[in-house]
Design a protein around this ligand. Structure first.
Ligand code: SF4
Ligand code: SF4
Length: 402
């Protein structure tokens, strides 16, 4: 671990310091249609019903979002998705509406989350009209080759998604790659950075499979498999940053556990106001209840799309009301009081600094696994009762944070 720290220090010292603007954001992942051209085995929308709302209702929902971010004085990150969002016949009318609002209030950016298979020249040229409001397009892949990917997403989808990446890139868009890892595509996940490099994406995000919806048909990784993957990718990501491929480690995925020293180092630099480590940060706690919500196709609001527990419906409610009246969101903001089992005795929950890295792991995975978001993450391999592991954390904590 010592050499990892020095590699990490070296990489950071080569980066030009930019002052970190402490931006507060409110993000919404918005599912605007249930229609999809694929039928992926692991899709979280496991039923076939179509619950699309009419365009005038979508416009009213967007205005509620804009009103909320203006009132709170925060920046908006809106991710449009589905189903396959561009399958809505009025998709571009909705974008026209959002864009007109953006011209008046440029306080938000929009991204598109897509399977990439329907991206063609005509759509790319239409999407370009929304630059720079449309900040990037994220495409999901489930393997680094046809065999693994098409097994889940259907024949021919791998090559069509790859074509989508290149058309978008040629059209001037930045692209990001999202990959959900499980037993069936575990081996491929070790080569995901090479694929990101080939596709020239700016970000590779790995998520763990959530055993919900279609995800229940696939097998989750054992904690030790996950640790090996995170450890390997953590050691490689420094090589890929100079090539422009950023491995999104700053998310809710136990990234910090195999690499505690780097996690604490990035935590320290982040708190000192450096822009780069904020992006480079090795793991963060699940942010549900802290900076965003997900809106499903029928307006149902979830803490996160991977955590399907309704906290309201945005057709009837406002973001303000849902945000402040949901007991569940309130409990997520106080996980130190509500987590159960081994997390209660874990420094990643009890210590106020370390809590920003974990605080119980991923509630979506606990919920999918046992129906209780406040049970410890079943893929966490940290043992708070092990003297050796606690000492390791304490050693780095003293060296780096104090
Ligand atoms: S025991 Fe709980 S708080 Fe500790 S690292 Fe694991 S999931 Fe996080
Ligand atoms: S519920 Fe939390 S851990 Fe799970 S995907 Fe959402 S933000 Fe991440």
């Amino acid at each position: 671990m010592g050499s990892r720290v020095s590699e990490y220090e070296k990489a950071i010292s080569s980066i030009v310091e930019r002052k970190y603007e402490d931006k507060r954001v409110f993000s919404v992942q918005w599912h605007i249609t249930d229609h999809c051209n694929l039928a992926c085995k692991h899709c979280y929308s496991s039923n076939n019903s179509i619950r699309d709302l009419p365009l005038n209702v979508l416009k009213a929902i967007f205005d509620k979002y804009l009103k909320a971010i203006l009132k709170w004085g925060v920046e908006g990150y809106l991710s449009l998705t589905g189903g396959e969002a561009i399958l809505r016949s009025d998709f571009f009318e909705l974008l026209d509406f959002i864009h007109a609002r953006w011209e008046e209030h440029p306080v938000f950016v929009v991204s598109l989350m897509s399977n990439g298979t329907l991206i063609d020249e005509e759509r790319v040229s239409h999407l370009k009209e929304y630059l720079p409001m449309l900040s990037h397009v994220q495409i999901s892949l489930d393997g680094v080759n046809e065999e693994t990917h098409d097994f889940l997403r259907g024949e021919g989808s791998f090559s069509r998604s790859k074509k989508g990446f290149s058309l978008l890139r040629e059209g001037g868009f930045t692209t990001a790659l999202h990959y959900v890892v499980h037993k069936g595509n575990y081996r491929d996940a070790f080569n995901i950075l090479e694929l990101g490099d080939e596709l020239k994406v700016i970000r590779v995000t790995l998520s763990r499979l959530v055993p919900e919806g279609g995800g229940k048909t696939l097998e989750m990784l054992a904690p030790s498999e996950l640790r090996d993957l995170w450890d390997y990718l953590g050691s490689r990501c420094l090589d890929y940053y100079p090539k422009g491929v950023f491995l999104a480690r700053g998310r809710c995925d136990l990234w910090h556990l195999p690499d505690i020293a780097s996690a604490l180092y990035s935590l320290k630099l982040n708190s000192q106001g450096n822009a780069f480590p904020a992006l480079y940060r090795v793991g963060q706690r699940c942010p549900v209840g802290l900076n965003g919500l997900a809106v499903d196709t029928d307006g149902t609001v979830y803490p996160c799309r991977r955590l399907p527990i309704s906290v309201g419906n945005i057709v009837q409610d406002t973001f303000f009301k849902i945000w402040y009246s949901s007991r569940l969101l309130w409990k997520f903001r106080h996980k130190e009081e509500y987590m159960k089992g081994k997390c209660r005795d874990c420094p990643f929950l009890t210590d106020t600094q370390l809590r920003t890295l974990c605080a119980g792991g991923s509630p979506c995975i606990s919920y999918g696994n046992c129906g209780d978001c406040f049970e410890p993450d079943p893929q966490c391999w940290f043992d708070p009762y092990s003297e050796e592991q606690r000492e390791e954390v304490e050693k780095w904590r003293k060296r780096i944070l104090e």
